[in-house]
Design a protein around this ligand. Structure first.
Ligand SMILES: [Zn+2]
Length: 342
């Protein structure tokens, strides 16, 4: 019983955000990023890079940045590639409204030009090379744009509509002096497929995952492709129904084991953007075999990890994990009571 009480007391405490400098904390409970935590300086072979000026702990905010250019393309639909030609006018008028200093900051960003483009297309190329989607809009964040790509990134990012800022936070410990990295592309692809996707940014990735020697890189490729298949296979299974047949129960036990492997492979690859999804899968897979303790702990881990990108648990995903954890605690508690009365 003590275990449950102790667990309950930690589950719904304040969000699992660690701000190593209390001056970062605002009313919104977010660490807004100390100007001392990073610096932009030359990165060998990559132009400019962003480096940690001190140790950054997981969950610490590195950047909290409003968009310098923020435009809503007409008829933009989330997840549908936008036509850059349609936004040219909006982009130019937004740029014209900037101060000379801001204009210089925008124009100093990397622009990957196609052979058919000329100097008149530079602003569009900068946008294409650096912009992020923010809900139904497109935002250009010049400071965050300095963070170079890695296929094993040390940061994750999200758009906070309440603050009107893009938040970049550490998804693992980052050492003082280490270059800070982000991903520009989805990462559950082989080295070759990732390089193809990065062609649009005009560089070949030489990150630690891409620089592995042949055998290790093949193993990494295999893991990433296996992970993509595993996510697809688990997706339709994300319900709490418990199988009743012997064969169904056997299959569910194998799935629970596979869900732990999924988490282990992700952690081995260092792909933090996929952790919440994997913890959710592991929670459901253990609930299906009525193994309530690991199911509860996985759900809670998923919930706590989701708070890194959603400190006030406002998203449907975070609320779902919170409700799932609550539900599983009740199941686990009932099991403990039952065992105690035997
Ligand atoms: Zn890479």
């Amino acid at each position: 019983m003590l275990t449950i009480v102790a667990l309950l007391s930690t589950l719904f405490a304040s969000p699992a955000i660690s701000c190593s400098d209390s001056s970062w904390i605002t009313n919104s409970q977010l660490c807004l990023g100390s100007p001392q935590v990073w610096e932009a300086r030359p990165s060998p072979g990559k132009g400019i890079g962003v480096y940690a000026t001190r140790v950054i702990e997981p969950g610490d905010t590195i950047l909290s940045e409003p968009a310098m250019i923020h435009i809503t393309p007409p008829e933009f639909r989330d997840g549908v590639p936008y036509l850059l030609g349609d936004i040219n006018t909006l982009l130019q008028s937004s740029f014209d409204a900037l101060s000379p200093q801001q204009k210089a900051e925008v124009m100093s960003l990397h622009a990957h030009m196609s052979p058919t483009e000329d100097a008149n297309d530079t602003l569009m190329a900068i946008m294409r090379s650096n912009a992020y989607t923010t809900g139904n809009s497109l935002g250009l964040f010049p400071k965050g744009a300095r963070i170079n790509h890695s296929c094993r990134p040390s940061t994750s990012q999200y758009w906070n509509p309440q603050l009107g800022r893009r938040i970049v936070y550490a998804n693992r410990r980052i050492e003082e002096g280490e270059e800070i990295s982000a991903t520009y592309i989805p990462l559950l692809y082989s080295h070759k497929a990732r390089q193809r996707r990065l062609d649009q940014y005009g560089f070949k990735c030489t990150c630690e995952a891409c620089a592995l020697e042949h055998g290790a890189r093949q193993a990494s490729d295999q893991r990433r492709q296996d992970l993509q298949k595993a996510f697809a296979a688990f997706e339709p299974q994300l319900t709490l129904s418990v199988p009743q047949s012997v064969a169904g129960k056997r299959k569910a036990r194998k799935r629970a084991e596979a869900s732990v492997q999924l988490v282990e492979q992700l952690e081995e690859e260092g792909l933090a953007d996929y952790y919440v999804k994997a913890y959710h899968i592991a929670a459901i897979a253990h609930a299906k075999i009525e193994d309530w303790k690991p199911a509860t702990l996985w759900a809670n881990k998923g919930f706590e990890t989701s708070l890194l990108a959603d400190p006030n648990a406002l998203s449907a995903g975070a609320r779902e994990l919170q409700a799932l954890t609550n539900h599983l605690i009740i199941k686990w508690n009932a099991e403990l009571r039952e065992n105690a009365t035997r």
